[in-house]
Design a protein around this ligand. Structure first.
Ligand SMILES: [Zn+2]
Length: 79
């Protein structure tokens, strides 16, 4: 089966991986709650594909940068 990663932020396809067998632990899916799974993983039986919502490098950098700013500048507002 195929696992297709799509950026949930900008909608760009990120990566497609071909696997014989789905190893949930390897992909980190076992860490997700049932709700998270339903939210980010969609299985398409017709094409035997699994679509996973993720973040591309650009969006990861953009979002990661914001979070870093919050961490760096956040405590200043306390004083
Ligand atoms: Zn993106």
């Amino acid at each position: 089966m195929k696992i297709c990663y799509t950026c949930e932020y900008c909608g760009q396809p990120i990566d497609t991986i071909e696997v014989d067998e789905l190893d949930e632990v390897k992909f980190g899916f076992d860490c997700l709650t049932q709700v998270e799974r339903q939210d980010i993983i969609k299985f398409i039986p017709e094409s035997n594909e699994m679509h996973v919502q993720s973040l591309c490098d650009d969006c990861m950098a953009a979002i990661g940068g914001q979070e870093e700013d919050t961490i760096v500048y956040g405590p200043r507002f306390l004083h």
